[in-house]
Design a protein around this ligand. Structure first.
Ligand SMILES: [Mn+2]
Length: 327
């Protein structure tokens, strides 16, 4: 049939049919060499409609060409799943943007700049670093170490939205200093009264190292941590649990998230460690404590901890910030 009739029967304009021919998607069954008129066969109708549907689904031309060589419903399901995942990531990023804006407006959380009216009272001494590790391709963790703040944001490996969340939060938390923000965030900030303020969401952790002993300051917001807390799972069995690594709280997932916060009085001998799960999943508390005991300066403690985690497998990005209050 001529292009006009094919156009009427397929509901696709002649212009669109010519475009599909140019793009190599749907060649006319025959072209009159004299007049250049294009002719289509009736069994091309179904193919034309499939092509048109895929174009409306924003499937790239090259992918449609490959698909037409080997059409399958399985491929369409794969595209549908990808689309759902992409939409989900964009949705999460938007939710996070909303949370960050809300945090910016709500400065009720009592964190303040240490430069009080009496001038600079105290500051934090910090050292921090994040390492991709030998097995991951990207580093989705972010660290901030300054004289007011120690922060680790774990972008949740494999979630593109998580990487955005970690970076956005690492940028906005220090700027707004409300402490309300990220995917898996753990931050310690210095208050005007010399105390430390601690905020935590997810399964990054803060520890206090005091008198040679290491104490975990934060609770992990994960399924297994909550089961252990309730006495329903033994700590050494957590790694084998089917929901190991699944978080119960994280930023950027739902419209609201409960953020743990607390304050802590610290002395000049104390050290605070803020780290991602890439550290404590590789090193035991005893190993972390001994790195703290051995390290003369904070930077060498950070190096010892990261080197240790990598030596034990380094299966995840590993991030550490070590802080102490400077007189
Ligand atoms: Mn991690």
């Amino acid at each position: 049939m001529a292009i006009g009739e094919f156009s009427v029967r397929s509901g696709l304009s002649a212009k669109r049919l010519r475009t599909y021919a140019t793009e190599g998607l749907l060649a006319p069954a025959a072209v009159d060499p004299g007049s250049g008129y294009r002719y289509y066969s009736p069994d091309q109708l179904a193919e034309a409609l499939v092509i048109d549907a895929l174009r409306h689904a924003s499937v790239p031309l090259a992918d449609i060409r490959a698909f037409l060589r080997q059409p399958s419903r399985e491929q369409i399901s794969i595209w549908a799943r990808q689309l759902a995942t992409d939409a989900n990531h964009r949705q999460q990023a938007l939710v996070l943007a909303g949370q960050l804006l809300a945090a910016e407006e709500d400065r009720s959380f009592p964190m303040a700049h240490p430069r009080s009216e009496e001038g600079l009272m105290t500051r934090l001494r910090t050292a921090g670093r994040s390492d991709t590790g030998p097995l991951r391709e990207n580093n989705e963790d972010v660290v901030v170490s300054s004289d007011r703040l120690a922060l680790v944001a774990d972008g949740m490996g494999g979630h593109p939205g998580g990487e955005i969340a970690a970076n956005v939060a690492a940028g906005l938390v220090p700027a707004s200093f409300t402490g309300q923000s990220v995917d898996e965030l753990c931050a310690v900030g210095l208050l005007t009264n010399g105390q430390l303020a601690l905020v935590n969401v997810g399964d990054s952790r803060a520890y206090l190292w005091r008198g040679g002993a290491l104490n975990q300051l934060t609770q992990d917001h994960s399924v297994t941590a909550e089961l252990i807390e309730r006495g329903e799972l033994r700590e050494e069995e957590a790694g084998k649990h089917p929901y190991y690594g699944v978080l119960t709280r994280a930023l950027g997932v739902g419209p609201d998230v409960e953020i743990d916060h607390s304050t802590l009085a610290v002395g000049p001998e104390d050290r605070i460690i803020v780290c991602s799960d890439g550290l404590f999943n590789e090193l035991s508390s005893v190993e972390i404590a001994s790195a703290l005991a051995e390290g003369r300066d904070l930077a060498s403690v950070v190096d010892k901890l990261i080197d240790g985690a990598i030596a034990h497998g380094g299966r995840d990005n590993v991030s550490v910030v070590v802080a102490e209050v400077a007189a």
